[in-house]
Design a protein around this ligand. Structure first.
Ligand SMILES: Nc1ncnc2c1ncn2[C@@H]1O[C@H](COP(=O)(O)OP(=O)(O)O)[C@@H](O)[C@H]1O
Ligand SMILES: [Mg+2]
Length: 609
């Protein structure tokens, strides 16, 4: 089996190996390593040179995947060919390493998504100190962001309806101005002279793959433009050696791919998820399916979509109960908001993991205030982590086992109300910030909504939410907005079934689940409380009302959304007793208010004890 070469480091390799340079007179050979700082390379394929070209590209992709830590490379292929060109690489599909777009609309959507991600990185992660994603990842190894290798068939992409389309050229040119700094490496290939000529003006490294002739084996000529970086003295080597041979059988490429798959499987079994709760079974009823957030799943936030009555709230309730059964209050704390009836989550008033429950569905400002509070908490945790030299919550809790910090999970049911109207922009901006920064600090967001149609849900926000759950939907457009291009599985689901997709909606990664039936909330909570020591229980603050509603944009009280819990404010623990007394009173008031026929006025002091 091919030796695993994991050279570690979260930066993109400085070179990519594309084959072997052979010196015919002496029979000597050297690995052909192309500097990646050139941003990509162009492979011009002569008639008959296709096998060689595919071999070179697969070898290049494998060498990058082997050099980067797991999860830090995604391979995206854009190729509309009817047959599967990349037989070895496509075997990495189940590891989530390889993805192919073979339809034009999907290719365009995926490139657009990549460009969005690149913009996001340029604006939020990169700066003078960290001008490239490699610099950023080296400075923040625990929040390293993945690189993407794009294998792009130019003949396919530059044409529309068999004609060259200049808007595609412009699009690609824009993409190429900023792609490498943002962590994207491009290998473009093509046979048509027109597309190859065009790309040769943009890419500084070119290879011409030619087939075997009676006198020569299949070989590629490697050209470096004058402006191309020359880290390895490649220009001089090329002058001596000349030709590149693939020099590797597809068998050995297959072995390398198998080794990568094994490495993934090993790592997966070694890493645990921070939250893992069973929420249903496979349709045949045999296998339990878990809702998982954390390192192993690669998911830190979730989006749940489904028509009214499809089972979303039941799923959330089962998740909330499961968290109570499995995790103490020093591990997970819940913040519950419901923007439909507003009262649904009142059932969890005795749940010993609940920190805050919001009962006023008209107070759209409450969500904003809570998110602001979360953003401050991320900053606060960041400062404490920095002082201790740790990079994420798991590392903190390992080191500070006497002073653990809980994960905070915000669940918002019927969130669509917050994605429309004047506050939507601010709400999106806050969510984007928290979903991006929150993962390392243990802040997680779960959103549930009936539809995304008409909701101004930011695409960049969606790229931060890998876990997508879709119950039955009635429109293809809605399914595609939640999951991804061509993923229409939610249109055909039976009652209470949903699609569980932890790969940002990739249609090859759907898992169909039969949702678990509703449970008796009071019974389960009574049992959880009976089984749990008091030190592991908290009482939620019930946020009944902030008084008038606060549509986004209006001036309002900038304070936190409720009493600040002690582990947040570092208040002395004995104060907690009186705080809990007050919370109990508030709870009573909230209950009176909600009891049918009892429209008791909300006391003036509201939630500000
Ligand atoms: N997995 C399930 N098995 C059986 N009944 C379910 C299941 N999920 C939901 N239900 C029932 O369907 C109804 C609607 O479910 P709900 O979770 O409130 O849907 P939504 O929040 O999407 O509107 C409820 O009465 C609930 O009892
Ligand atoms: Mg509901």
């Amino acid at each position: 089996m091919h030796e695993q070469r994991v050279t570690g480091g979260t930066g993109f390799p400085e070179t990519v190996e594309v084959g072997t340079l052979g010196h015919a007179p002496t029979g000597l050979w050297l690995p052909a390593k192309v500097p990646t700082a050139a941003g990509g390379l162009l492979l011009a394929i002569s008639v008959g040179g296709e096998d060689l070209a595919v071999g070179l590209m697969e070898r290049a992709a494998l060498s990058l995947a082997e050099h980067l830590p797991l999860g830090l490379l995604n391979i995206l292929v854009i190729d509309y060919s009817v047959h599967n060109r990349f037989k070895v690489l496509s075997s990495l599909r189940t590891q989530g390493l390889y993805r192919i777009a073979y339809k034009d609309a999907e290719a365009r959507a995926l490139l657009e998504e990549l460009m969005d991600a690149a913009r996001e990185r340029h604006h939020h992660l990169l700066n003078d100190r960290c001008p490239t994603l490699t610099d950023y990842n080296r400075a923040h190894p625990d929040y390293a962001q993945p690189f993407t290798l794009v294998l792009l068939n130019l003949d396919d992409y530059l044409k529309r309806a068999d004609r060259y389309d200049s808007s595609r050229e412009g699009h690609l040119r824009d993409f190429l101005t900023a792609h490498f700094a943002a962590g994207i490496y491009l290998i473009a290939y093509g046979q048509d002279l027109a597309s190859v000529d065009w790309a040769a003006g943009l890419l500084k490294v070119t290879m011409q793959a030619a087939p075997e002739t009676p006198d020569t084996p299949p070989a590629a000529t490697l050209l470096l433009a004058d402006t191309a970086p020359d880290l390895t003295g490649l220009r001089a080597i090329i002058a001596d050696y000349g030709l590149v041979h693939a020099c590797q059988s597809s068998d050995s490429a297959r072995e390398r791919a198998a080794a990568l798959i094994a490495r993934h499987a090993e790592a997966e079994s070694a890493e645990a998820d921070a939250v893992c709760v069973t929420i249903g079974k496979t349709p045949d009823g045999r296998e339990p399916i878990d809702f998982a957030l954390g390192r192993r799943s690669g998911c830190y936030h979730a989006l749940i979509v489904g028509a009214s009555g499809s089972g979303k709230t039941t799923l959330l309730n089962n998740l909330i109960l499961g968290i109570g059964e499995q995790y103490g209050a020093d591990q997970i704390r819940l913040y519950l908001m419901d923007y439909k009836a507003g009262v649904e989550f009142n059932a969890f008033a005795e749940h010993p993991n609940c920190e805050q429950i919001y009962l006023d569905n008209t107070d759209t400002g409450a969500a904003e205030r809570l998110l602001e509070h979360f953003a401050q908490e991320i900053t606060r945790r960041g400062e404490r982590f920095r002082d201790q030299g740790v990079n994420d919550l798991d590392a903190w809790n390992k080191r500070q086992s006497a002073d653990p910090l809980p994960r905070l999970i915000l669940i918002i049911d019927e969130v669509q109300r917050l994605f429309s109207g004047p506050g939507a922009y601010r709400f999106n901006a806050l969510l984007k910030d928290i979903t991006r920064r929150g993962r390392a600090f243990g802040l997680h967001i779960i959103l549930s909504t009936q539809t995304l149609m008409g909701a101004e849900l930011d695409r960049e926000l969606l790229t931060q939410i890998n876990l997508r759950i879709a119950f039955r939907l009635t429109s293809e457009a809605d399914a595609e907005r939640v999951l991804g291009f061509g993923n229409h599985a939610p249109l055909k689901l039976p009652n209470y079934h949903f699609v569980y997709n932890s790969h940002a909606g990739d249609r090859d990664k759907n898992i169909q689940v039969r949702g678990a039936a509703p449970r008796s909330i009071p019974e389960v909570i009574a049992k959880i409380n009976a089984d749990r020591p008091d030190s592991q229980k908290i009482k939620p603050t019930i946020i009944a009302s902030q008084g008038a509603s606060h549509p986004g944009g209006e001036a309002r009280d900038p304070g936190p959304a409720g009493p600040v819990p002690d582990w947040l404010a570092w208040a002395p623990v004995q104060d907690r007793q009186t705080e809990q007394e007050q919370q109990r009173r508030l709870l009573e008031q909230a209950r009176n208010r909600l009891a049918p026929g009892h429209a008791a006025p909300v006391p003036d002091q509201g939630t500000d004890p």
